[in-house]
Design a protein around this ligand. Structure first.
Ligand code: FO1
Length: 310
């Protein structure tokens, strides 16, 4: 089965593990957010692409939710002791990937080409695509100023309330090679349980990706990132409250107007199912917490079957 999955890093990457455990990984294409990308210590870092690469390769630190398992921090300690930039923590193992990516980009390769090589080197059969090869950066406007994503998220611990999200460069950004093909060839499109504003939003801000979803001939199923109207981790609930006016599953569905046919929501949010249905989106209620491999797989199966079951 051919499946295209729009994804961010943390929850999206875990969900992708469930998807590739359920269908042939070679039939899966992950279209990944690059709005969080940044340069640190002269290195090009793509946190969500790396989250997906590490998760699918079984290298991710599941507890921390980002970076690699069994990480050490010697290089960072040296950076810190020398007065270098240490707010964004790059571990020793993680650094190796950023070195390879940075060199390839400096040699003129595109982000999608480098990512394909990294995925192959990690033995992955799944296609991993940045949403775009062009610069697209998420900015948050807050009462305390405007910050790029990682300044807001990491350096300021996403404490500043967000009044507006902007996707700098999105209007000129073209989908990376392979993205539109993956969407056109897919028998099913999934939107992972990632933050709608800062993980999925930047992908949908690429006009031709949004248009491909609007004109889809196959079902598109989103998975809500909320459980009991709260985020499992991160700022999704606060952002939904401020930017959509609430944290029900219906508010999640409203983030994807005309783009989804079904929404998978948690049992704790079952009371929201009718409001989701009123939006013309089929609700599918199940357990969505991905605490282990069996739970990841069960959630992926629910999403893959959401339309068939309805
Ligand atoms: N998140 C943090 O909260 N603090 C960090 O120091 C940090 C470093 C980091 C390094 C590499 C990487 O791939 C991700 C990293 N993240 C860190 C996570 C990242 O900021 C976000 O989780 C994602 O961008 C959101 O999807």
């Amino acid at each position: 089965m051919k499946v295209a999955v729009l994804s961010g890093g943390g929850g999206g990457a875990r969900f992708l593990r469930g998807v590739v455990a359920t269908v042939d990984p070679a039939g899966v294409a992950a279209i990944v957010n690059v709005g969080d990308d940044l340069e640190v210590l002269g290195l090009s870092v793509s946190p969500d692409l790396d989250g997906v690469l590490y998760a699918l390769a079984g290298l991710a630190d599941e507890e921390r939710g980002w970076g690699r398992a069994e990480e050490t921090w010697n290089a960072l300690a040296t950076v810190e002791s020398l007065g270098g930039e240490a707010w964004f923590r790059l571990g020793d193992r993680d650094l190796g990937l950023h070195l390879v990516r940075t060199q390839s980009l400096r040699d003129g390769d595109s982000l999608s080409a480098v990512t394909a090589r990294l995925a192959a080197a990690l033995g992955l059969e799944t296609t991993i695509l940045p949403a775009t090869d062009e610069p697209l950066r998420t900015w948050l406007d807050t009462p305390n100023g405007s910050f790029d994503f990682q300044q807001w998220f990491v350096a300021r611990a996403h404490r500043d309330p967000v009044a507006r999200v902007r996707y700098q460069g999105a209007s000129d950004a073209r989908p990376a090679p392979g993205v539109l093909d993956a969407l056109h060839e897919a028998e099913l499109i999934l939107i992972a349980p990632s933050n709608p504003f800062v993980s999925i939003g930047p992908i949908l801000a690429v006009e031709r990706i949004r248009a491909a979803l609007e004109r889809r001939r196959v079902p598109c199923v989103a998975v809500s990132p909320l459980i009991g109207r709260q985020a499992v981790k991160g700022p999704a609930a606060g952002m939904l409250q401020r930017l959509e006016g609430g944290t029900s599953a219906a508010h999640v569905a409203q983030c994807y107007p005309g783009l989804i046919d079904a929404l998978v929501l948690d049992e704790a949010d079952a009371a929201d199912a009718d409001a989701v249905a009123e939006l013309g989106v089929r609700p599918l209620v199940t357990k969505t917490l991905m605490r282990d491999a069996a739970a990841r797989r069960a959630l992926a199966e629910a999403a893959l079957n959401a339309v068939a079951l309805a």
